[in-house]
Design a protein around this ligand. Sequence first.
Ligand code: NCD
Length: 300
Amino acid sequence: MKHVLSAGQFDRKTLEEIMAQASDMEEIVAKGGSDMAKGKILATLFYEPSTRTRLSFEAAMHRLGGAVISETDVNFSSITKGEVLSDTARIVGGYADIIAIRSKTPGDAKIMADYSGVPVLNGGDGSAEHPTQGLLDLYTISKYFPLGESPITVSFVGELIAGRTVHSCSQLLRNFPNIKINFVAPKEIQIPDKYFDPSVDKKFFELTDEILETSDVIYDTRIQKERLDLEVYQKHKNAFHFDAEKVNKMKPNAILMHPLPRVNEIAYEVDELPQAKYFEQAINGVPVRMALIARGLGLI
Ligand code: NCD
């Protein structure tokens, strides 16, 4: 079954296939959608806040001609009455053909996959992973720097310890040896060892001009108040603020990404600069998730 649970599950060949399928889906969106998934139902179970991930999953299913059922607040879910997730999984698997889930606890998407009997797409499991975001990030990078070709450097900046988008995206990039990775964050919020390969990656504790000037992709992130001790959050909440002056130090063809939402990491003036690609990145979520849904349903 074509679950998407962790970025670690993908090899290079599969990633190249998904990128090509996402590109086909972008053409389908431009033509107004299709009825490929007519009669199929996607259930979105979102037990943590979300705007982009849930809505782009739902838009993706609508563009494929399918239907959506949704649970958007854990307080209105039977989980709050004490139901275990494996029971919810069995039930929702009986209502829907495919499930997208976001939850607070690492491993929840796997429980869904084990009990629902239908394909499960992990829309973020706590501070662990966010593989569908990683795939849309990879798709965005591939539009500017064809994967597996010229050497490029991707610098992840900000809160990396609990940043599930970075955990997933960096694992995907490992399939392309031409891509070098920098992790840039204060020590307390640096990348966990699990996602760091000392033989090829570099760690920095400050954002230097050299990093700004030599990176092809800068992937900035939010300092996640909800996942850090308050003291650690207060200390680092304004780390690495990107303003126009900083972004102008980047190469003219470099790109600045961010999974969004941004709080105060990127000044609004940066939106007008050619390097700013974070809105485009978010919109790429629709064709990428269309490809993942269609694969999950066995339609492509
Ligand atoms: C991210 C998330 O939820 O992990 N957002 C997203 O899905 N695009 C990042 C964040 O909330 O900071």
